[in-house]
Design a protein around this ligand. Structure first.
Ligand code: PMP
Length: 308
């Protein structure tokens, strides 16, 4: 498998199976109709061993995604948290990305997913910065997508459903085909929404801002983390809508997400952002790096240590 090194175990429907045995049938219902919800979490190395960052919040969002889709997972918050920690421990790694997925499984076809059994799986693998190793300091080139971000009147955007990511994939492919690293998606009112798999923040005149939930975004846990950092560090912050041209003329711009971390956007549609200096972003990146790696007492509350 390209880019993904096989580890030892994957949790499937309540038990740990060998990596190569974690398979499903080609007639799996969720594969055909996108009836699946998932979650992405990261585990980082700390002086006290591997620790999962904001594990309860991620599992809670997973359960809420399932609830929105009338999916009964059959596992409690605590059971899923323990299963995530077990997967990391069993694979004996210190840093990884953890993926939970729940989907309608094999046995029934047709559009009513409630006839199918729901399967739940948890896997982890080593995954570097999603937008590349230089994305944190050198930054990435982004473009405004011609694909409008899905609207919550059609698809519940607060549910991390696999189906939502068809919209993301269209935007990502278009960006890459145009020679960019990542897309920026606007909502159906033409205002800033988010990246295909990240939230977006901008800085103008030393004020940090990000679109409100009502702009049609996934309420990211990294986004929430950054908002708390801004409050704690005395950085002026607002949730507000932004127009396309406000992006072009911002002083600093960055993506934020579990997979991407905090990734600077150095260019949008060929316009350089600001003067290339990112002082507020750099401060937030430092706070984030310290928090995830257990170097900050204040944010240790966000770490769930994995006992080996
Ligand atoms: N928006 C979308 C569409 C995403 O897929 C993600 C990644 N889960 C985010 C934002 C960022 O969310 P988080 O910080 O919780 O990973």
């Amino acid at each position: 498998m390209k880019d993904m090194r096989a580890l030892s175990k994957i949790w499937m429907d309540g038990r740990l199976v060998n990596w190569d045995d974690a398979k499903i049938h080609v007639l799996t219902h969720g594969l055909h109709y996108g009836y699946a919800v998932f979650e992405g979490i990261r585990c980082f190395d700390t002086p006290k061993g591997p620790a999962v960052f904001r594990l309860p919040e991620h599992v809670e969002r997973f359960l809420n995604s399932a609830k929105i889709y009338r999916m009964d997972l059959g596992y409690s918050q605590k059971e899923l948290e323990k299963a995530c920690a077990d997967v990391v421990a069993q694979n004996g790694i210190r840093e990884c990305y953890i993926r939970l997925i729940a989907f309608s499984s094999y046995g029934e076809m047709g559009l009513n997913p409630l006839k199918s059994k729901i399967s739940v799986a948890i896997a982890c693998w080593e995954w570097g910065a999603y937008l590349g190793k230089d994305s944190a300091d050198k930054g990435v080139k982004a473009t405004i997508s011609s694909w409008v971000r899905i609207d919550s009147r059609s698809m519940p955007i607060q549910a991390k459903s696999a189906a939502n990511y068809a919209n993301s994939a269209l935007a990502k492919m278009e960006a890459v085909a145009g020679g960019y690293d990542e897309a920026i998606m606007l909502n159906s009112s033409g205002m800033l929404a988010e990246g295909p798999g990240e939230n977006i923040f901008k800085v103008k005149d030393s004020i940090l801002s990000t679109p409100p939930a009502s702009s049609g975004i996934l309420r990211g846990i990294t986004r929430d983390t950054i908002i708390q950092f801004a409050n704690d560090a005395g950085i002026r912050f607002f949730r507000n809508d932004a127009t396309r041209e406000e992006l072009y003329t911002s002083d600093e711009l960055f993506f934020a997400g579990t997979a991407a971390g905090i990734a600077r956007i150095r260019e949008v549609d060929g316009r350089q952002i600001g003067n290339g200096k990112y002082p507020i972003t750099a401060k937030l990146q430092k706070m984030y790096d310290d928090a995830i790696h257990g170097r900050s007492k204040r944010y240790e509350k966000w770490l769930s240590y994995v006992s080996r």
